[in-house]
Design a protein around this ligand. Structure first.
Ligand SMILES: NC(=O)c1ccc[n+]([C@@H]2O[C@H](COP(=O)([O-])OP(=O)(O)OC[C@H]3O[C@@H](n4cnc5c(N)ncnc54)[C@H](OP(=O)(O)O)[C@@H]3O)[C@@H](O)[C@H]2O)c1
Length: 362
């Protein structure tokens, strides 16, 4: 296939507020021999997109070339203009040409073909066409739509890997999920319920609470009008929960210590309210707690090796195909600067539920 010489992409030329997001023409991405080329149909909107463009003092990453710099919860673009986004889906229009890749048994197992519908987990992919290493590309099974796959990819892989590896959720566990009505929270709720746990969630409004309950949450606490700590202790006979998955960060971290039980686990998932400030490790000794701050992707995280990619990808798509996981699309935004700006404003404004996506092409 001959490719156009340029593509439209969603990029930033500097860090800042939503207004720095622009739609710009960039050269067609460089196609390496180990790459798949994908014509993009949908983009998934995630907090990580907002972390990359946030106004903040520019951080010095520990490794100078690292694209992700998690200190203070802020991620740092490697260069400008910087194409944002790490969740994308569409149709394969070009296959790798490297013989070594084509003969790799793991590559063959994936079954890529021209025309395959795929979901892509790779940074800087919010563009009309992308060229990405084949390892980051998941073939979507027939029974799952491209929209569903894109809506579930990042949050689904996070939910599954965190609930298996950060804290392995078991039958009869009591789990607390903050941001319970969000994209990640709803998937975590469905997953924890499918494993036989009791789910307590926190959220801001009765409408969001109703959605969380419809997705399986047993108890939902309205943190703006109820005392979350008292309610959690009441619901757990004073013992606290086995594990907390906390995507709020700064505003909830301190009280998490009061709601988790002795020998329990705190999983700091994200920073919707801002980053968690530094604290002394002795704080964990009050209840002999475990604390994790994982990412599912990138180097040295949960989904890195080919075996891990295959395992978690297959698990995600089989849970979507058999209905254990169901995505809820809050809104489809247009592929314009204004559309993506609005999506990020809505996501960080705390008013959304479920997943936000951008439609790029049919
Ligand atoms: N570590 C990873 O690899 C990974 C992967 C995916 C997501 N995450 C993290 O998981 C968290 C949830 O992500 P999501 O995409 O599913 O988002 P989301 O939950 O759909 O949206 C964030 C929600 O956070 C709540 N919130 C509480 N305090 C807030 C504040 N001060 N400002 C804005 N929102 C506030 C709001 O819900 P209420 O109205 O219910 O309070 C808001 O709707 C984020 O922190 C994200 O970074 C981490």
């Amino acid at each position: 296939m001959s490719y156009p010489s340029t593509v439209q992409a969603i990029a930033i030329s500097k860090t800042g507020g939503p207004e720095v997001i622009e739609k710009r023409e960039i050269p067609f991405p460089k196609v390496a021999p180990n790459h798949l080329v994908v014509k993009v149909q949908y983009l998934g909107v995630n907090f990580i997109d907002t972390y990359y463009r946030q106004v903040s003092k520019r951080l010095k990453c520990p490794e100078e070339r690292a694209q992700v710099c998690d200190r203070e919860g802020v991620y740092s673009p490697s260069e400008f203009p910087f194409v944002i986004g790490r969740e994308t889906g569409g149709i394969v229009v070009g296959l790798p040409t490297d013989e070594f890749v084509l003969n790799n048994p793991d590559y063959k197992k994936r079954g890529y073909k021209e025309g395959s519908r795929v979901a892509v987990d790779h940074l800087s992919t919010h563009a009309e066409y992308i060229s990405v290493p084949w390892e980051t590309v998941y073939v979507i099974p027939e029974s799952v739509s491209t929209l569903t796959a894109v809506s579930a990819l990042e949050q689904g892989l996070t939910a599954i890997s965190f609930m298996e590896e950060a804290y392995n959720v078991q039958k009869d566990d009591i789990i607390l999920i903050h941001t319970v009505a969000g994209g990640l929270g709803l998937l975590m709720t469905q997953l924890a319920k499918s494993r036989g746990a009791t789910v307590i969630g926190t959220t801001s409004t009765p409408e969001k609470a109703a959605l969380a309950k419809a997705n399986g949450a047993d108890h939902v606490i309205l943190y703006k009008s109820e005392d979350t700590v008292s309610r959690v202790l009441e619901l757990t006979n004073g013992e606290g929960v086995h594990a907390i998955f906390d995507g709020v960060g700064k505003d909830t971290f301190e009280s998490d210590f009061l709601m988790v039980r002795r020998k329990g686990t705190l999983v700091s998932v994200g920073n919707a309210s801002g980053a968690v400030p530094p604290f002394p490790p002795i704080k964990l000794a009050q209840k002999n707690l475990k604390l994790l701050r994982p990412r599912y992707y990138s180097m040295a995280n949960y989904i890195v090796t080919l075996a891990e990619v295959l395992y978690y990808g297959n698990t995600l798509f089989s849970l979507l195909a058999n209905g254990t996981l169901k995505t809820q699309v809050f809104k489809e935004y247009p592929f314009t600067a204004e559309g993506v700006q609005q999506a990020q404003i809505d996501l960080t404004g705390g008013k959304t539920t479920g997943k936000l996506v951008v439609k790029v092409s049919d």
